[in-house]
Design a protein. Structure first.
Length: 107
């Protein structure tokens, strides 16, 4: 019975740490760039775009498609960085826990 109580305490502690981690991730800001820095996108850890910067030289009518592609690439770069931060923080939190391979946290 002691083991069960001890495990329940650890579960509660893990839930608290998970909540803290999710708040920290949400507050994290990352920036992605494309076109050699001509387009940059800033997003938070939840993938919400916070800002967009475009070099004025890209505002040419015949280069709209290029600009659109650069915005998408910058966003994807930022999102990849945010996912890497999430994975790193999750790994730190779950270190030593017997979690099956491929199981993604937070749920």
């Amino acid at each position: 019975m002691r083991d069960l109580m001890g495990m329940m305490g650890k579960v509660k502690e893990m839930q608290e740490k998970m909540t803290e981690m999710q708040e920290e991730i949400a507050a994290t800001e990352v920036e992605g760039t494309s076109g050699g820095g001509m387009v940059s996108v800033k997003i938070n850890g939840k993938g919400v775009m916070l800002g967009l910067t475009i070099d004025p030289s890209l505002f040419k009518e015949d280069e709209v498609e290029i600009l659109e592609d650069l915005i998408v690439a910058a966003f994807n770069d930022a999102k990849g960085k945010a996912e890497a931060v999430t994975a790193e923080k999750t790994a730190e939190l779950t270190a030593g826990l017997p979690i099956p391979p491929g199981m993604k946290l937070p749920f």
